[in-house]
Design a protein around this ligand. Structure first.
Ligand code: 1AG
Length: 134
């Protein structure tokens, strides 16, 4: 039985989101708005099948995937760059490698106590987000 990430999660901290957005080439005006946001994540997990909806007052992002199955990701409303994404389990962590134009791009989700953690990586930048159950 894998870990269950299902639930509604609210962002409580967002370390170096600015550096991550700069690495993705997000323009100044968009970054200024984006870093004020407190997004919510709704995760629906059925075993290895995931539906992750990140919502905010500015933009939303929906990602659906199955662990171990590579898919095309469009990053629509984020940096809009297409990449090939593959999510795998590394013990109880969900690790995504996003292969494309940007080096070292990907993310990791894990649970720690009652918190949901997300590390977002691009080039030499790491953004660390923590979410609490709504
Ligand atoms: C993700 O999480 C990232 C989801 O895939 C969105 C989080 C951060 C934003 C990423 C890049 C910044 C690009 C543009 C800034 C503009 C708007 C910010 C909007 C933020 C809310 C959507 C991994 C996993 C499943 O949870 O996606």
């Amino acid at each position: 039985m894998p870990v269950d990430f299902s639930g509604t999660w609210n962002l409580v901290s967002n370390d170096n989101f600015e550096g991550y957005m700069v690495a993705l080439g997000i323009d100044f005006a968009t970054r200024k708005i984006a870093k004020m946001l407190k997004p919510q994540k709704v995760i629906k997990q059925d075993g290895d099948s995931f539906h992750v909806h990140t919502t905010s007052s500015f933009r939303d992002y929906l990602l659906e995937f199955k662990v171990g199955e590579e898919f095309e990701e469009d990053n629509k409303g984020l940096d809009n760059r297409k990449c090939k994404s593959l999510v795998t389990w590394e013990n109880d962590k969900l690790v995504c490698v996003q292969t494309g134009e940007k080096k070292n791009r990907g993310w990791t989700h894990w649970l720690e106590g009652d918190d949901l953690h997300l590390e977002l990586r691009c080039e030499n930048q790491v953004c660390r987000q923590v979410f609490k159950r709504a």
